[in-house]
Design a protein around this ligand. Structure first.
Ligand code: E4P
Length: 217
């Protein structure tokens, strides 16, 4: 499973990229707002750092303007994935932009039928929002499983990009189901390294090591 980093925080992306943990990046208008940066500038900086796809989201609501915004965002770098919302206009924009050879990430997906439409419209990625479904007491991982089944039934090449990932269990479950990508905040990716027994074990080793009075360096 590829890891995308769900942030516009350049320092956090750089840290994960140095470890090979950033196969791509996703941003959205809220993350751009949080960064306090200009969308074109910060997206360019991220694209120069990351080899993989960097999602940048349109903000127009009607297809013709979405297409124009998408084309402008795509001029930032070759690795831009244009993010469009899963609305009827977003699907129209997806069809045109993917037909022009751009990567398109169809976002705000909350149902299997929406994901089916995104694949038919030529999306490179579909982004089902797991955490936001969990927030309303619907199991977001069931949606990932349903989309996996449907895409595999028909051989759709659209990649399932599990989004709105909130915790390490989401990462594990997405990987078990076979999501192609999971996009997660840097803190969630780093938290995957943590385990209480690792901490406890290390503490024991350090205590015993101190008793030996030895040094390696
Ligand atoms: C995905 O592309 C979105 O940017 C993101 O995963 C949304 O996550 P949230 O529901 O935690 O805001």
């Amino acid at each position: 499973m590829k890891f995308f980093v769900d942030t516009a925080d350049v320092e956090a992306i750089a840290e994960l990229n140095a470890l090979g943990m950033a196969d791509g990046v996703t941003t959205n208008p809220s993350l751009i707002m949080k960064s306090g940066r200009d969308i074109l500038e910060v997206t360019k900086e991220i694209c120069e750092m990351i080899d993989g796809p960097v999602s940048a989201e349109v903000v127009a609501l009607e297809a013709p303007a979405m297409i124009e915004e998408g084309r402008k965002l795509a001029r930032i770098a070759d690795n831009i994935a244009i993010k469009v919302p899963l609305t009827w206009d977003g699907l129209k924009a997806c069809k045109v932009l993917s037909g022009e050879g751009h990567m398109v990430n169809v976002t705000l997906c909350f149902s299997a039928n929406q994901a089916l439409l995104a694949a038919k419209a030529g999306a490179t990625f579909v982004s089902p929002f797991v955490g936001r479904l969990d927030d309303i007491n619907i199991d977001g991982m069931d949606l990932i499983q349903d989309i996996r089944t449907i895409y595999d039934n028909y051989g759709f090449e659209t990649q399932i990009l599990a989004a709105s990932i909130r915790n390490v269990n989401h990462m594990k479950e997405a990987a078990l189901i076979g999501a192609d990508v999971a996009t997660a905040p840097p803190a969630v990716i780093k938290a995957m390294a943590g385990h209480v027994l690792t901490d406890k074990g290390l503490e024991g080793f350090m205590k015993d090591w101190a008793k030996t009075g030895q040094k390696i360096l």
